[in-house]
Design a protein around this ligand. Structure first.
Ligand code: FS2
Ligand code: SF4
Length: 561
C-alpha cells in the first residue's frame, strides 16, 4: 500500500503498511484497483456519453466508486471487492452496448487512442484484448498490474495526477449528494471521465495537467452550485438558528455524515415513537433547514467533529447512523449500535440499503433505540448556524455599512476540515486572537475548533458566520461574489477577505481547487501542506496563486490582517 491522500498521512509523507485512519493495507490496495477500474469504465462511458448511449446506473457507479475511496468512508474489504466486481460488470455492459451500436470495433481496436494502445495494450493489440488488467472479473486479476500511486515515476506528474484524482473524489462526493435529491449534471460526469483518463495519459506533463486541475476546480464550483440548488430547493434556505447542544431524557438516535435525505427519513419514521433525533459532526447544519424544524423530536446537535466520535458515541448510549464520511473504526463498546449506509462501510457493522426508490427502512434501529438509555449530556446551551448565502446576504446592507463605517475591518475565511492532531489547537488560538473587528466566515467541520467560543457580534452581525457543511462551501463563494458587487469591485481579491483554510481530506481538496479556479489568491493552508504536492507543483501554486503554509498565530495574524 501507499496512500498520501489526507492531511494525517504518516510522517507527512505516506501510509505504507496500514493507514493512520485505520484503513488496512489490503483495503488500500483494493481501493487503488477500484480507481484503476474506474478509469477503464470512464474510457468506455465517455464514448457512450458522446453517442448518447450512457445510463444513470453507470454515472452513479462512477460517483459511488470514487466516493467510497474518500478518507474515512469505506474500510470494508468485502465492500470494495463487491464494487470491483460490479465495476467489471458495468464496464462489460457499456462495452457491449458500444460494440452493438458499432461505436467501437472490437476486432481492430481502432477506437482506442494511440496512448491507450501503447500504454495499456502494448504493441499490436490483439483481436478482443482491451485494458489487460480487466481480463477477468476478479480482484485477483488486478494483482498483476501495479495500480498504485507510485507506479507513476515522475514526481511532478504523479503529484498532479493525484491532486486531480483527489479533486475528482471530492467532486464525486458532492455530485453524489445532489444525485440523491434528483439533481444531475452531464457536464460534471463528462469532466470526471475526461480527467480520470488524463491520469493515464503519459503525453500529459505539468503544462497540460495544471490547466486540467484548475478545470477540476471550476467544475467543482458547478457541482457545489448544483448541490446548493438540490438542498435548498428540497429543504428550503437555511435560517439563522440557535442550535441546542444539550440533551433530553428520551432515548435517541444520532445521525452523522452529510446526507440530508437520510436525516429526513429518520425524522419521518420516528414520529410518535418516543425516540429523539440528534445530529453529530457535519450533520449539525441540518438543524437550520426550515423543512426539519417542524419535527418536535429533532432535538439538536450532540458533541463535536468527526474525530471525537469514539468518546462521544460511547456516551450517546443509543444507535448511531453514519450516512457518509467520516466514520472512525468503531470501538467494541458501541459496534453493535452503529450503522452504515450508502457508500460507507466497515466490516462487522450493520449496513442499511435503500430500495429502488431510495427509501430506507429504519424500523430495526428505532426498535433498538427504544431499549437504550437516553444520551449522557456532554454540554448545554446553543451554537449559532444557518448563515448560508440567502440568510447571510439578507443582511448584506448591514455588512456593507459596517465595513464602510470601519466596524468590520476584515473577514477571514476559516473553512475546511477538522482533524485529530493536537496542532489544530492553532485554529482555536487563531480565532481567539483575531481582533474584535474581524468576522470569521466558515463552512465544514473546521468550525468545531472555535464555534463554541463566545466571540460575540458586531452590531448584531455574529463574528462567526457559519454557512454549513463543507457541502455548503458554495455559499462562501456567493457571499464573496455578492460583496464584491456591493462594493463595486471587479476582483474578489480586492475585498477585505483573507483565507486561512484547514484541510484534511479530498472534499476539501476540491473546495480548494474551486477557490483557485475563481482566481482567489493568497490562501493560507494548514495545518500541513499536502504530502502529494511535489516541490515543483508547489512552486506553480505559489507563483500563480501565492498559496502559503500556515505558521504561528502571531505571524499569520500579521500576514492575514
Ligand atoms: Fe469535515 Fe472535511 Fe465531512 Fe468535509 S473532514 S469538512 O471535507 O467532509 O466534513
Ligand atoms: Fe493514510 Fe490518510 Fe490514506 Fe488513511 S487516507 S491511509 S491516513 S493517507
Amino acid at each position: 500500500m501507499f496512500c498520501y491522500q489526507c492531511e494525517e498521512t504518516l510522517n507527512a509523507t505516506g501510509c505504507t503498511k496500514n493507514g493512520v485512519c485505520g484503513k488496512n493495507g489490503e483495503v488500500a490496495d483494493l481501493q487503488d484497483d477500484l480507481i484503476y477500474l474506474l478509469k477503464s469504465i470512464a474510457f468506455y462511458n465517455s464514448k457512450a456519453r458522446s453517442n448518447k448511449l450512457n445510463d444513470a446506473k453507470t454515472d452513479q457507479f462512477i460517483l459511488d466508486g470514487l466516493f467510497a475511496t474518500v478518507t474515512n468512508t469505506n474500510f470494508s474489504k468485502a465492500d470494495i471487492e463487491r464494487l470491483i466486481g460490479e465495476g467489471f460488470e458495468i464496464k462489460d455492459g457499456v462495452k457491449k452496448k458500444l460494440i452493438s451500436a458499432k461505436v467501437i470495433d472490437e476486432k481492430s481496436g481502432s477506437s482506442f487512442p494511440a496512448w491507450i494502445k501503447e500504454k495499456l495494450l502494448g504493441a499490436g493489440p490483439k483481436a478482443d484484448e482491451e485494458l489487460p488488467f480487466m481480463a477477468k472479473v476478479t480482484p485477483e486479476s488486478l494483482a498483476s498490474v501495479n495500480t498504485g500511486i507510485l507506479a507513476t515515476e515522475n514526481e511532478d506528474v504523479r503529484s498532479l495526477r493525484e491532486l486531480l484524482t483527489y479533486g475528482l473524489k471530492g467532486m464525486a462526493a458532492y455530485a453524489h449528494h445532489a444525485n440523491v435529491l434528483g439533481y444531475k449534471d452531464e457536464n460534471v460526469m463528462a469532466f470526471i471521465e475526461k480527467a480520470l483518463l488524463a491520469t493515464m495519459d503519459d503525453s500529459m506533463g505539468i503544462n497540460e495537467l495544471v490547466p486540467l486541475v484548475l478545470e477540476c476546480g471550476s467544475k467543482g464550483v458547478a457541482t457545489l452550485a448544483l448541490l446548493d440548488k438540490a438542498n435548498t430547493t428540497t429543504y428550503g434556505n437555511p435560517e439563522p438558528t440557535a442550535v441546542n447542544i444539550g440533551v433530553r431524557g428520551n432515548p435517541g438516535i444520532l445521525i452523522s455524515g452529510h446526507d440530508l435525505r437520510d436525516l429526513e427519513q429518520f425524522l419521518e419514521q420516528t414520529q410518535g415513537t418516543g425516540v429523539d433525533i440528534y445530529t453529530h459532526g457535519e450533520m449539525l447544519p441540518a438543524n437550520s433547514y426550515p423543512a426539519f424544524k417542524g419535527y418536535e423530536n429533532f432535538v439538536g446537535n450532540y458533541g463535536g467533529s468527526w474525530w471525537k466520535q469514539k468518546e462521544e458515541f460511547e456516551k450517546f448510549n443509543g444507535p448511531i447512523f453514519m450516512t457518509t464520511n467520516c466514520i472512525v473504526p468503531p470501538k467494541e463498546s458501541y459496534i453493535n449500535r452503529i450503522y452504515t449506509t450508502g457508500v460507507v462501510g466497515f466490516d462487522g457493522v450493520a449496513h442499511i440499503r435503500a430500495d429502488k426508490d431510495g427509501n430506507k427502512d429504519f424500523s430495526a434501529i428505532i426498535e433498538q433505540a427504544k431499549k437504550c438509555d437516553s444520551p449522557e449530556q456532554l454540554e448545554e446551551g446553543t451554537i449559532m448556524g444557518g448563515f448560508a448565502h440567502v440568510s447571510a446576504l439578507s443582511v448584506a446592507d448591514k455588512i456593507v455599512e459596517a465595513v464602510k463605517g470601519g466596524q468590520i475591518k476584515k473577514f477571514v475565511v476559516m473553512a475546511g476540515c477538522d482533524g485529530r492532531h493536537k496542532e489544530r489547537i492553532y485554529y482555536t488560538d487563531f480565532a481567539e486572537a483575531l481582533p474584535k473587528d474581524t468576522v470569521i466566515l466558515t463552512a465544514g467541520c473546521a468550525k468545531y475548533r472555535y464555534n463554541k467560543l463566545d466571540l460575540g457580534d458586531i452590531g448584531g452581525i455574529p463574528r462567526v458566520i457559519d454557512a454549513g457543511q463543507c457541502n455548503d462551501s458554495y455559499s462562501l463563494v456567493v457571499i464573496a461574489q455578492k460583496l464584491a458587487e456591493a462594493f463595486g469591485l471587479d476582483d474578489i481579491n480586492d475585498l477585505p477577505i483573507s483565507y486561512n483554510i484547514a484541510w484534511y481530506e479530498q472534499k476539501a481538496v476540491l473546495v480548494l481547487l474551486a477557490l483557485l479556479s475563481l482566481g482567489v489568491r493568497n490562501i493560507t493552508l494548514g495545518p500541513k501542506l499536502p504530502a502529494f504536492v511535489s516541490p515543483n507543483v508547489l512552486n506553480v501554486l505559489v507563483e500563480q496563486f501565492n498559496i502559503r503554509p500556515n505558521a504561528t498565530v502571531e505571524e499569520d495574524l500579521k500576514v492575514l490582517l
